[in-house]
Design a protein around this ligand. Structure first.
Ligand SMILES: [Zn+2]
Length: 342
């Protein structure tokens, strides 16, 4: 089955200047996919602009209009981390539409799996406020869209970005149809994502927070994936898996303090792909969140595609030289107890 990718030059027009979340991130990814010949192995999926009604599946219309107005007025800072330029609204609605199109392509069987290479990212943007480089929650909107359009009952969202996806967490906190699983450095920005927060009402247990101490590398992440995420996903039996794919836990990425290598990301993606194949006919959609070291980001995104295509993995940056990984065994036991995982 083919793997698809979403990309559009409008994503470069969200001009953030010298901000860490800048257009160069996507340019690095695209040129690496081109130089390595990987791009020709993928099916391009054309994004479209999401409608206000679609964005309003998650965000307040008042807020959507505010973002449109800020862009129209030339842009500006929305909070201490998040800035807009004149074309940011258009980029943002194409980012939402990009993840929606990737999801449709997978659900309609045009491709087996897809990766939406979009920006701005989404998992911090709350229903009424921009936050942490994010304007609209691309993945959350695509999840709601898929629940409605395809009448799905169970979607799993796996968020391996180094930051907690506070917005996705809150949006689905009381929705039993969405299993939200996040690995994140903790304590760290944005400060949310404690293990005791497991969901509300009928959705009790459908939020799995995995807050990790700084210094975790490939071995610790694989422990997390095998011991916590695997049984949680298998028990939930999703019909579709969405991934908030952030690569800011790479050891070369200095925004955070994790030690994951490109090979480590590939191993995580192999596990996720295995669950998708086993549980939901392979239906798997990635959406780009963070990742700020251009080369680490480009190589890790390529490795993600290589796993989807069944290619061998290249890791030019190699493993982390750090050897001080923390022991997370007691933490994982506590999470498994809270969630009654085998
Ligand atoms: Zn992040």
């Amino acid at each position: 089955m083919k793997a698809g990718y979403v990309y559009h030059p409008i994503y470069l027009e969200h001009d953030t200047g010298q901000h860490v979340e800048r257009a160069g991130r996507l340019e690095a990814i695209i040129s690496h996919l081109e130089e390595t010949g990987l791009k020709q192995q993928l099916l391009p999926i054309q994004p479209r602009a999401a409608t206000v009604e679609e964005i309003a599946l998650v965000h307040h219309k008042r807020y959507i209009e505010e973002i449109r107005r800020v862009a129209q007025g030339g842009g500006g800072w929305l909070d201490a981390d998040t800035v807009m330029s004149p074309h940011s609204y258009e980029a943002a609605i194409y980012a939402v539409g990009g993840v929606i199109r990737a999801t449709e392509a997978v659900m309609d069987g045009e491709v087996g799996s897809a990766f939406a290479l979009v920006r701005p990212p989404g998992h911090h943007a709350t229903v009424a406020q921009a936050m942490g480089f994010c304007l609209f929650n691309n993945v959350a909107i695509a999840a709601r869209y898929a629940l409605n359009k395809y009448q799905l009952e169970r979607i799993a969202i796996i968020d391996f970005d180094v930051h907690h996806g506070n917005s996705t967490h809150d949006i689905f906190y009381d929705d039993p149809r969405v299993l939200y699983i996040s690995t994140h450095q903790y304590p760290f920005y944005p400060g949310t994502g404690a293990i005791e927060q497991t969901g509300d009402g009928a959705a009790k247990g459908a939020t799995v927070n995995i807050p990790l101490p700084a210094g975790c590398g490939d071995a610790e992440y694989l422990q997390v994936f095998n011991q916590v995420i695997a049984p949680a996903v298998e028990r939930f039996a999703p019909q579709l898996i969405l991934v908030s794919a952030g690569y800011d836990s790479h050891w070369a990425d200095r925004l955070a303090l994790m030690q994951v290598s490109t090979t480590g990301f590939a191993d995580m993606v192999k596990l996720i792909k295995g669950w998708a194949d086993e549980l939901c006919g392979g239906r798997l959609v990635f959406s780009l969140e963070g990742g700020y070291h251009f080369r680490a980001l480009a190589c890790s995104v390529k490795a993600t595609f290589d796993v989807l295509l069944g290619n061998s993995i290249e890791d030019p940056l190699g493993p982390s030289a750090d050897s001080g990984a923390p022991d997370i065994t007691p933490l994982l036991k506590a999470i498994k107890d809270i969630h009654r995982l085998p």
